[in-house]
Write a protein that binds this ligand. Structure first.
Ligand code: TYD
Length: 136
């Protein structure tokens, strides 16, 4: 799938004097139903995460606090997203190489996923990924 399938999705934001409320409904705001949620937190400065692709998994990534960068690469094109607000997220389609860096202190990255955890769904080798997407 090309990088153009991935995109920023702005979420509803209900604001009043008490603060903001944002919600995500599977198959409504994001193009899949959610089977799993995980989050990254207490990320040490200078750390990077990701550096892999998923064969079949759809994901939606939100920065819940702080900031970080998400780099997406489809073997041909690359796009860097800076995430620093919790009223939008990035939809990541299957077969997309992702890399996360530039975590601020206190950054929290929440990910909604279309499937349960399955190590067999990962491609962790860049060469293998390029071969799989025909980008050798
Ligand atoms: P990984 O997806 O490689 O982390 P990241 O992309 O953030 O660098 O996962 C790190 C470890 O956590 C790996 O051993 C698999 C495990 N893990 C689970 O057991 N369940 C999960 O839902 C996730 C996302 C990871």
């Amino acid at each position: 799938m090309p990088l153009s399938n991935c995109r920023r999705i702005d979420l509803p934001k209900i604001s009043d004097q008490r603060g903001n409320l944002t919600f995500v409904e599977g198959d409504v705001h994001i193009p899949f139903s959610v089977k799993r949620v995980y989050y990254l937190y207490d990320v040490p400065g200078g750390s990077d995460r990701g550096a892999h692709a998923h064969k079949n998994l759809h994901q939606f990534m939100i920065c819940m606090s702080g900031s970080f960068d998400l780099l997406l690469n489809d073997g041909t094109k690359e796009q860097r997203f800076h995430l620093n607000r919790s009223y939008y997220g990035i939809y990541i389609c299957p077969m997309m190489w992702r890399y996360l860096d530039n975590f601020s202190s206190g950054a929290v990255c929440m990910v909604m996923a279309s499937e349960r955890y399955d190590e067999d769904d990962y491609i962790r080798d860049w060469g293998e990924y390029c071969a799989a997407v025909g980008a050798v």
